[in-house]
Write a protein that binds this ligand. Structure first.
Ligand code: BG6
Length: 508
């Protein structure tokens, strides 16, 4: 459950109210890989009960039973794979409970009769409340919502709720994100819209706010007096895989930066909200993303690096241009490094360096806060003439936790420094049930907590900050090569070297 709930509610979470949950794009990957497992976990934890009805909506022909069977087969196979790695298999009893409330509507998203079938379904389940989860290609977002509106399915009469969950990508640039917001807000209010960024479902991301705002210690050094710069890294080992169609038109910047990386930046950089309610938290996040300095196109070029992976024979890895369905002369970036400045009182003068890429050496998502060096005059005449900066590293995944990198004296007659770590690893303190990260987000949508969802202004501010990079790259589309399985293009190291800084090694 998300941040907006009180401590009392955390201890005794309520069961989500009766709802009919429509999954548009029911035959897609997201539904079987993430949403259904998340719904199983919510059922396991007693957070949803037998009053939740799940209805797949898609154009393929299937009966209710066939649809449920398809999901079951997939999850059973995945569960079996995970089980051999120590994960959880699909629990047959749990599945039986859920399967009894799964049904399917075959329909074209653009056809009015689909929406009549949806209206009849809501009548027959008798829940009144309905949530429409758009796990579809983005071109359907405004089309589906428009038709839900015309069919009066978004009217909240007599105390029932009607909510729409929208997956990413939310827009392709600033203009399209604004147009999409406008079309949604024509037929429903902001309170009904749940824009997903799955990073906000991660415990470690939510914990950034808790660490910052519940431990007095942090506030004392969380500003430009003590912090030199911040590095945000989302490194992946996977390549483009089977997603060529999507990725060729998207690239690393659109795929990861205005959403996931800016969410991490916002969590680190936002001011304390007046309360942990949706309005206050989202207001502060929108403000800080809105404070990212809009670069001119020249500045955007100088402060960014676009990379693309090339083949690595010894590791048996293809180059991006040789992957399936990728144009042999593609200039889509699979890596991006950026420098951004946050122009407000707390952060003026502190660069935020962001990098993300596919086919890097290690999977690691990390925020590294680099502190200003200690004054080191007292060590002048010793061997220790250069002190390493201290870092606070917040590991989002895969080794969830937080570590302070400090220096200590190595025992012995000489004054020799050694790197040490003060740390907290989640696994040492908490027993975590297997989860997909979507549990919290689905539950929060069903219970009406928007804290972990993006508001219109947050999304638009994110696109506003990346738009100069898009504009500059449209005129300079060349990409810097980096070897698959490596640490990114050389130009990315130069970006920091120009500021007399260096990236931390990517080391999950
Ligand atoms: C998705 C992107 O939003 O996030 C993918 O479309 C990316 O390209 C993924 O791989 C990363 O998510 P996670 O949770 O694995 O860090």
């Amino acid at each position: 459950m998300g941040l907006g709930h009180s401590t009392e509610a955390e201890k005794n979470p309520e069961v989500a109210p009766p709802t009919t949950l429509f999954l548009f794009g029911a035959h897609g990957d997201l539904v079987k890989r993430l949403l259904m497992p998340a719904l199983c976990n919510l059922t396991r934890d007693g957070l949803v009960d037998d009053h939740l009805h799940i209805v797949g909506v898609d154009h393929n022909a299937a009966t209710d039973a066939e649809f449920a069977q398809k999901l079951e087969t997939f999850m059973r196979e995945e569960g079996a794979k995970k089980n051999t790695e120590g994960g959880d298999a699909l629990d047959p009893e749990l599945w039986q409970r859920l399967a009894a409330r799964i049904s399917y509507i075959q329909g074209d998203f653009l056809d009015d009769s689909t929406y009549q079938s949806i209206a009849s379904k809501i009548e027959s389940t008798g829940t009144g409340n309905a949530a429409f989860y758009l796990a579809t290609a983005p071109r359907f977002f405004s089309e589906v919502v428009k038709r839900l509106g015309t069919a009066k399915l978004l009217k909240e009469r007599g105390g029932v709720f009607r909510r729409v969950v929208i997956e990413k990508p939310f827009g392709h640039d600033l203009a399209s994100a604004m147009a999409l917001n406008e079309s949604l807000l024509k037929v429903m209010s902001e309170k009904q819209i749940y824009r997903i960024d799955h990073y906000l479902g991660k415990e470690t991301v939510q914990n950034i706010l808790v660490s910052r705002f519940s431990n007095g210690l942090f506030e004392s050094f969380w500003n430009n007096h003590y912090i030199d710069h911040v590095q945000i890294t989302a490194a992946e080992t996977v390549g483009v895989g089977t997603r060529a169609g999507f990725y060729e038109n998207t690239g690393a910047l659109r795929d990861m930066v205005p959403n996931h990386l800016f969410q991490l930046l916002a969590m680190v950089a936002m001011e304390p909200p007046a309360a942990f309610g949706a309005d206050a938290v989202r207001g502060e996040k929108a403000k800080v993303v809105g404070a990212i300095r809009p670069w001119s196109e020249m500045e955007a070029l100088a402060n960014s690096v676009r990379g693309q992976y090339t083949g690595n024979k010894s590791a048996d890895l293809l180059g991006y241009r040789d992957e399936e369905n990728i144009a042999p002369d593609s200039n889509t970036e699979t890596y991006v490094a950026l420098k951004v400045m946050v122009d407000n009182w707390r952060w003026v003068g502190v660069p935020f360096y962001l990098r993300t890429g596919k086919r890097l050496s290690t999977r690691s998502t990390e925020i590294a806060i680099c502190f200003k060096p200690a004054p080191y005059a007292q060590f002048r005449d010793t061997e220790v003439d250069r002190l390493k900066p201290n870092f606070l590293r917040i590991q989002i995944q895969p080794n969830e936790g937080m570590w302070f990198d400090l220096l200590a004296k190595r025992p012995g007659p000489n004054l020799e420094m050694e790197d040490i770590k003060l740390g907290f690893a989640y696994k040492d303190f908490f027993e975590m049930q297997p989860s997909t990260g979507y549990e919290t987000l689905i539950y929060d949508c069903l219970t009406g907590d928007q804290t972990l969802f993006q508001r219109a202004d947050n999304i638009e501010n994110g696109w506003r900050a990346v738009q100069p990079f898009l504009n500059a790259w449209a005129k300079h589309p060349e990409v810097q090569p980096y070897i698959a399985g490596g640490s990114g293009p050389e130009a990315s190291d130069e970006l920091l070297r120009n500021d007399n800084r260096e990236w931390r090694q990517i080391d999950g």
